[in-house]
Design a protein around this ligand. Structure first.
Ligand SMILES: N[C@@H](CCC(=O)N[C@@H](CS)C(=O)NCC(=O)O)C(=O)O
Length: 295
């Protein structure tokens, strides 16, 4: 049961303003009609809430807010993008285990169904990160814990996270995560279908406004695409609503502004390929020198 009550009158101009704000935020609320047409605005019980005897009035827990402008401001401050629907979509996105997918897919690309050079190319870099988290960082945590006693608890907690890491990313764990991801995607496809049916193609996840919930999903889809899993989850018409929604997300400037710098990623990958690259360069120089001597 929601603790928001709107005292309103359906045809009232100012009541409509507030109803729209509540809908925009996706907040559930109870409507109580105060019929201005029948003069109910001046009923004593209502005048106790709103001294002007006008609608709308908003009740939220113990609070009573009057004046539509004040109500809309209050809703904006109290529920910044936090409607029940927004929360629901944020929690659904949180079920996606991005780290396991990102780490495991390059280790087991064929099991994941991610056939891409880009993904396998990353394996050495991820192996290095994995090894460092297992073998180097626990020792560093101990060292820092001794140096910074005020951070001791935090460092030991962090060390415990590294201590339970298996020797290699586990294929079973990845399979489990991919199954969960399938379920999440199926749910999302259904939700997007219902949104479209109810509100049309321009609606975002929890309203006409683009919200934090949409940001959560933009990042989920980016990660899946970047890990060569777009085809598996929504390619070839498998989940057309997800595909269309992701296109809309990608059309926003903020999406591009948020993308990780390619330079940093390429530098990370090349670091592991450095011996091979050096070998190729030396070989190339050797061939050029040999050819020029032979001429
Ligand atoms: N400034 C007020 C105006 C509210 C208002 O004028 N409400 C009208 C209905 S749209 C009303 O209650 N009229 C009855 C009356 O004033 O007696 C607000 O924004 O909430």
């Amino acid at each position: 049961m929601s603790d928001i009550v709107l005292y309103h009158f359906e045809p009232s101009f100012f009541s409509q303003r507030v109803r729209m704000a509540l809908a925009e935020k996706g907040l559930p609320y109870t409507k109580k009609t105060v019929s201005i047409a029948k003069g109910h605005g001046i009923s004593p019980w209502y005048m106790k809430l709103n001294k002007k005897g006008q609608v709308p009035t908003l009740g939220h827990g113990d609070k009573i807010i009057v004046e539509s402008e004040k109500i809309v401001e209050y809703l904006d401050e109290t529920f910044p993008d936090k409607g029940e629907r927004c929360e629901y979509f944020k929690r659904l996105a949180d079920q996606f285990d991005n780290w396991t997918v990102h780490i495991c897919v390059p280790f087991y690309p064929s099991v994941a169904g991610a056939s891409s050079r880009k993904v396998t190319f990353r394996k050495p870099m991820l192996q290095r990160i994995w090894k460092s988290r297992r073998e180097v960082l626990p020792g560093k945590c101990e060292q820092y814990a001794a140096q910074y006693p005020e951070l001791k608890d935090a460092y030991y907690k962090k060390k415990a996270e590294f201590d339970i890491m298996p020797e290699q990313p586990e294929v079973e764990k990845m399979k489990e995560v991919l199954t969960t991801t399938e379920d999440i995607m199926t749910k999302m496809e259904q939700e997007l279908g219902q949104i479209e049916e109810k509100h049309g193609k321009d609606f975002w996840l929890c309203g006409e406004r683009f919200t934090v919930a949409d940001i959560y999903w933009a990042v989920v889809f980016y990660r899946l695409e970047d890990d060569a899993l777009a085809e598996r989850f929504w390619g070839k018409g498998k989940r057309p609503r997800i595909a269309a929604y992701f296109q809309r997300l990608k059309a926003r400037d903020s999406y591009y502004q948020s993308l990780p710098s390619r330079l940093v990623i390429i530098a990370g990958v090349l670091k592991d390929k450095l011996p091979v690259l050096l070998g190729i360069i030396v070989l190339f120089i050797g061939v050029v020198v040999a050819l020029s001597l032979a001429m």
